[in-house]
Write a protein that binds this ligand. Structure first.
Ligand SMILES: C[S@@+](CC[C@H](N)C(=O)[O-])C[C@H]1O[C@@H](n2cnc3c(N)ncnc32)[C@H](O)[C@@H]1O
Length: 216
């Protein structure tokens, strides 16, 4: 099922909101990959293709992959003619590539998955990375420091996720499961991931994590 199909008419608005609240994160993500000399990137769960477009504009050969046809139709428009990046239907749990990428990106995708799907997606990401590559994740996490702003930011995100769960309940279940375990930073620690870079946004509630490819 295409969980975004019922809200297709709202997607331009969602796109605009994400553009606004993720602009700093996306800029940093592109800088990080450009600094590493990234040539080929896979944007898993690319949604409307906003990040893929930024990556392509930075000279990175980019594949934008998502299971939602509704999302992909916007991504195709964003890719332009001739397309600046490749748009492909596919899921994180089964990536239809071999060891071809210097970077695999999950931007606000992993919290939408259940625990088993998340594990599969993680394994798949590492499988398609070239040696020396990185998995870059933008994801919800727990702030390292408390305080009113951190609490308020967390409450706001929780509210948004709860609303998303009304349209597609597994989405909110995945989010709650991730946060109950301490958020994505804790998930990475539990997976012995080698975090190369980490930045926090939204008063610590959203993290940008660059994780080293696992050695074979
Ligand atoms: C909140 S949107 C984020 C979109 C985009 N990455 C961004 O940062 O703007 C989450 C995206 O994850 C996609 N998604 C959901 N389940 C997925 C799966 N199993 N594999 C890959 N992508 C998935 C959704 O279709 C949606 O486009």
């Amino acid at each position: 099922m295409d969980e975004y199909q019922p809200v297709a008419a709202l997607l331009p608005l969602l796109d605009w909101v994400l553009e606004w609240y993720l602009r700093g994160v996306r800029r940093e993500l592109v800088r990080l990959l450009a600094t590493r000399g990234t040539r080929a990137a896979l944007d898993v769960g690319c949604g409307t293709g906003a990040l893929s477009r930024l990556l392509a504009d930075a000279g990175i050969t980019t594949v934008c992959m998502d299971p939602s046809r509704t999302m992909l139709s916007m991504a195709e428009r964003r890719a332009g003619v001739p397309p600046r990046f490749c748009v492909l239907a596919g899921s994180a749990e089964r990536i239809p590539f071999g060891r071809e990428f210097n970077a695999v990106i999950f931007s606000l995708v992993l919290h939408e998955l259940d625990a088993e799907q998340r594990e599969l997606a993680w394994r798949e990401a590492h499988r398609v990375l070239r040696p020396g590559g990185v998995v870059v994740v933008v994801e919800f996490t727990r702030p390292e420091r408390g305080g009113g702003a951190a609490w308020l930011g967390g409450a706001l995100l929780r509210f948004v996720e709860r609303q998303a769960g009304r349209i597609h309940p597994p989405h909110y279940t995945g989010y709650r499961h991730l946060m109950a375990g301490g958020g994505f930073a804790a998930w990475l620690r539990a997976h012995d991931a080698r975090v190369l870079e980490e930045r926090r946004y939204f008063w610590g509630n959203i993290g940008l994590f660059a994780v080293a490819a696992r050695p074979d």
